[in-house]
Write a protein that binds this ligand. Structure first.
Ligand SMILES: *Cc1c(COP(=O)(O)O)cnc(C)c1O
Length: 390
């Protein structure tokens, strides 16, 4: 065995011993409030399909009919010959909906964040990131070659101090999740935007979990915070969460987008998203805009869950998004709770380090517009039961 394999064996064993080993589930159904795992039907509260669009018949139909016309594979990268009309139309629609000059599609949110940070930053620059940012923002910051500093969660005083202390020659970029993926709380975007304006730093908002869910029209965290394109100039969102498809976008002004097309390596050196997926995403965007009831129903479920969980005395986070973690602490306890829920027919994943800081393991509960109030009540019953079986 090589040194590398030996080391890996030890690390795997350690993961098992620390209750940190991760197993994949294999679904035998589409996403939805109920999923099938082999013979078991489970009530699912852990997908990011916040609007219940991942299996919507209109999306399936768009995918089918676009596949009939454009086939399956895009065949090449966007800059060679992989860019087609469905991509183009989706970019125009996202730009218009988000109120920005242009939008650019990426194959995933991970690649979008890597692309933005590596294309815009250079050695000698400073990139500041919230401690609880998504891994893709942190990885992009590391890969960019700029100096990466992490500040305490939502701590604007520390952020201001760090921006103040940077050398005059260092360009500054501040990157945050609009809605934090494991906590469900929001970044203070209005204050962040003002601080960035004063400090001449560029603000990047990753709105993977806010887009489609928050804001009067569902345009996300920046809309909810009342920020237009001049105050939140660089917006990233994904197509795989509330929109129920796959892929991601960056929406910004002409110069930023053209810069990404020319310099973002994770945009340039990869095969374009299948055109049929872009067509399905366009349909999802239409439903998002036309069916405001999905967001309203989701808010009703969120409030219902929070009231019920508070009555049960569960330890909730300060979240009004579709992500409603129940804080547990120790990884083993979170796994046991998740297993007890599963015995009651409810699927909720235990989130453990390294996805979250040590000692903050939790059940990450996510709600969807496709859930009913009765299903939320079943979740609360199961939580009550699981907690007492501890
Ligand atoms: C999911 C997520 C991403 C990555 O998006 P993918 O399209 O799944 O690669 C990026 N940022 C945040 C905050 C996310 O939650």
């Amino acid at each position: 065995m090589t040194v590398i394999q030996q080391r890996l064996q030890e690390r795997l064993l350690q993961r098992h011993q620390q209750s940190l080993f991760r197993n994949r589930l294999t679904l035998d159904s589409a996403q939805g409030p109920e999923v099938r795992l082999g013979d078991a039907k489970l009530l699912c509260f852990c997908s990011n399909d916040y609007l219940g669009l991942a299996n919507h018949p209109d999306l399936v139909q768009s995918l089918r009919s676009a596949a009939g016309r454009y086939g399956v594979g895009s065949g090449a990268s966007h800059l060679v010959v992989g860019h087609s009309s469905p991509h183009h139309e989706l970019e125009l629609a996202i730009a218009e909906f988000t109120g920005r000059e242009r939008a650019l599609l990426f194959s995933s949110g991970y690649m979008a964040n890597l692309g933005v940070l590596t294309a815009l930053l250079a050695r000698g620059d400073l990139v500041l990131e919230d401690r609880l940012n998504h891994a893709s923002l942190l990885d992009g910051g590391l890969l960019s070659g700029a100096r990466l500093q992490r500040f305490q969660h939502n701590d604007l005083t520390e952020l201001r101090r760090r921006l103040d202390a940077r050398p005059q020659t260092a360009a500054g970029l501040v990157a945050v999740d609009g809605v934090f993926s494991m906590d469900g709380d929001s970044a203070p975007l209005a204050d962040l935007s003002e601080l960035c304006r004063q400090q001449k730093a560029l603000l990047l908002v990753d709105d993977a979990h806010g887009f489609g869910v928050l804001g009067a029209r569902g345009a996300g965290s920046v809309e909810a915070a009342g920020l237009d394109s001049s105050r939140a100039p660089l917006l990233m969102g994904t197509l795989g969460k509330a929109l129920g498809c796959a892929g991601a976008f960056v929406a910004a002004d002409q110069t930023l987008i053209e810069g990404l097309i020319q310099f973002a390596r994770s945009y340039i050196y990869t095969t374009a998203l299948p055109p049929a997926l872009a067509a399905a995403s366009l349909t999802a965007l239409r439903l998002l805009r036309e069916e405001g009831w999905r967001r309203q129903h989701l808010q009703v479920l969120i409030e219902r869950f929070r009231r019920g969980a508070e009555t049960l005395g569960l330890n909730l986070a300060n979240s009004h998004s579709a992500i409603q973690p129940v804080m547990v602490g120790e990884a083993g306890a979170a796994v046991r709770l998740s297993e007890a829920l599963r015995l009651r027919g409810v699927l909720v994943s235990a989130i453990r380090p390294p996805a979250v800081p040590q000692g903050t393991a939790r059940l990450r509960i996510t709600l969807s517009a496709a859930h009913t109030e009765a299903q939320v009540d079943r979740l609360l019953d199961a939580l009550d039961y699981a907690r007492h079986s501890e």
